[in-house]
Design a protein around this ligand. Sequence first.
Ligand SMILES: [Zn+2]
Ligand SMILES: [Zn+2]
Length: 553
Amino acid sequence: MPNCKQCSTGFEILKEDRALLSKLNMPDPTMCFTCRLKWRLAFYNRRKLYRRKCDLTGENIVSVISPDKPFKVYNVSDWFSDKWDPMEYGRDFDFNRPFFEQINELIQAVPHIALSLMGDNINSDFTNDNYKLKNCYLVFDGERAEDTYYGETFFDLRNCMEFLFLYQSELCYECTGCNNCFNLKYSSFCTSSSDSWFLRDCIGCKNCFGCANLHQKEYHIFNKPHTKEEYEKFMADFQSGHYGAIQEMKKKVREFHLTQPVKATRGVQNVDSHGDNLSNSQNSYYCFDSNDLKDCRYCTNCLLASFDSMDVHVWGDKMERCYNCSAVGAGATNVFMSSYCGVGVSDIYYSYWCTRNCTNCFGSAGLKHKKYCVLNKQYSKEEYEKLVPRIIEHMKKTGEWGEFFPPNISPFGYNETLAQDHFPLKKAEAFEQGYKWSDFEPELQAVKTIPAERLPDDIKDVPDDILNWAIVGEVTEKPYKIVAQELKFYREQNLPIPHRHPDQRHWDRIKIKNPYMIWNRNCAKCQKDIETSYSPDRPEVVYCEQCYLKEVY
Ligand SMILES: [Zn+2]
Ligand SMILES: [Zn+2]
């Protein structure tokens, strides 16, 4: 068993891992799954947005690159235009220096795209990694949404707020892992449910409150049936607009839900597959938050069909034979150790932001429609095919071959990236593990600052003037503001003002979803060995699939 070169713990390389690696012509990994994932996540800023200037036009823009960084940043449409040429930054490969030093210099020099957008967003400046949005704010990784705020990973939403993994839904608030829901509040892992509050793992429920594991039920409160009149009386007494009442109810719901079993891992229609929140997948191992995978291993957040891929975080969409990448997809084939390469790209190695049908590119950045490039320099097919194997040999000697871009060349501080969302570190810990850190904080314009605990308890007592206040929240002391559309939503839906910073709210939702990890436990009912995303020290009652289904149906 080799030891992880990053955290020193022993990790297993299974014979099935080796079979896929050899199909991809890649060496054994030198790090454990978690460290490999952390490196990829540390290269990926999705949610930290900054106001800055476009270095091409001088206009004010929003970008994932903070204004204190040394890179040039171009606004999205100009970055994709022919107003500049990434090949001007081309350079020779130097066999006397490590590869990562050279790709780092290139990534520093080539202008960065301000945001990852596919175009077509209306009135949705503060968003990233998505398309076809209208009137959205601080939403990330999704498509087709209207009047939707504060959330990550979604499609087809209207009027939703505060969510993680939410699909085809309307008027939902504080929902995680829900699909096809309407007017659902403070709920998780529900499907086709409506007009309900505080549900977990419910399907087809309506007018229910605080329930878990119910199917096709109406007028249930904490899993007990009631008459319509009783339910309406209960709802009339529940002061949903009061912060205190919501906090008290959250506690009560948490205690009740802990008495109701959970399934070892969530997911449907998997064949010979292993992981959590995985659906419609075949022969896939240690994969999370993904669907439609076939013969994939250690993939996270890959959606819409991926084949023969390993160690990829995010995207998919007909991705094939990709390894050790973040944000690759849309027909990406044979893409290795790269970040943000997609849309018809193939045979790409160690590249950053190479898109739109690039093929046969090695160590390149910011290219579109290019072929046979190394460090953004053009070669003939014959030259390219001679040079690349020599570079690979060089990288084998330097110990770089097969490794993802190391964290010391990431354009971002650890705390700006998805790594901080899933594996939070303090500044000193991040440095100790070789990551960067960003101390840049944009200034918040506000007429006064108010601690969250001094906010009016009832939404009805919140004045319009709150839009000018900076609120200092619980947990993180970073101040935040309420935006006008958000206040309108709380008032219409009779919900209190949140007492936590949007980042903290996001991290709270990530905790509702289990971590990227599988543990061995015993089924709480039949005692058989199970593999589960609930660690053994957690208080949930964890059932094997058979026991869970017997209990619930
Ligand atoms: Zn490790
Ligand atoms: Zn069991």
